[in-house]
Design a protein. Structure first.
Length: 184
């Protein structure tokens, strides 16, 4: 498909949601390049704005303080012609789910627990991102995914298999983008 054609017809923000390790940042950067969109990572913006890592924010302000900052970050990075990689917990707040669906299209990058755990073990972020459950990574991923799966699905306009290599995920999203924008 012709990327130039999509660029003209698709200008709404594209929100990528999913669990840690599903590839939101990697896919988001590649997708934004393919579409010639801007790229924003809500967690990166939040950390730059706060001058702290997620772990430091949670230590100082608790998870509630972090989640409030996460809501503010989502709204701050939302703009037309932008691919936005969201934090894995962005869907926990109903206001965020409603905001994303009202302001753009939401793509859920879905991957099985085993894939997510393998990716997180390969590139640990323990100093940057605190554990949510205190359990081993595979147990934590399973528990968190079980808690959030329905919220990711509820938020999504489209679900893509993110267990594939990033370039295949991007190609898949590009292929369905005209349908997503037509279903506005």
């Amino acid at each position: 498909m012709d990327t130039e054609q999509k660029q003209v017809s698709v200008t709404m923000p594209l929100f990528l949601v999913g669990a840690r390790g599903c590839g939101k940042t990697t896919v988001g950067e590649a997708l934004s390049n393919a579409l010639r969109f801007q790229f924003a990572d809500s967690d990166r913006w939040l950390q730059a704005e706060a001058g702290m890592s997620v772990a430091e924010i949670v230590q100082r302000e608790g998870w509630d303080g972090f989640r409030q900052r996460e809501c503010e970050a989502l709204q701050a990075v939302t703009a037309a012609s932008t691919v936005i990689a969201t934090g894995g917990g962005i869907v926990l707040a109903e206001a965020n789910r409603d905001f994303m669906r009202a302001h753009g299209k939401v793509v859920y990058l879905q991957a099985p627990c085993q894939v997510l755990a393998q990716r997180l073990e390969a590139e640990p972020e323990s100093g940057l991102r605190p554990t949510l459950t205190g359990r081993a990574i595979n147990e934590e991923v399973a528990e968190v995914l079980a808690e959030r799966e329905s919220l990711y699905r509820q938020s999504a306009h489209y679900i893509v298999d993110a267990a594939q290599p990033p370039e295949q995920v991007v190609a898949h999203i590009l292929a369905v983008l005209p349908q997503l924008s037509a279903g506005a």
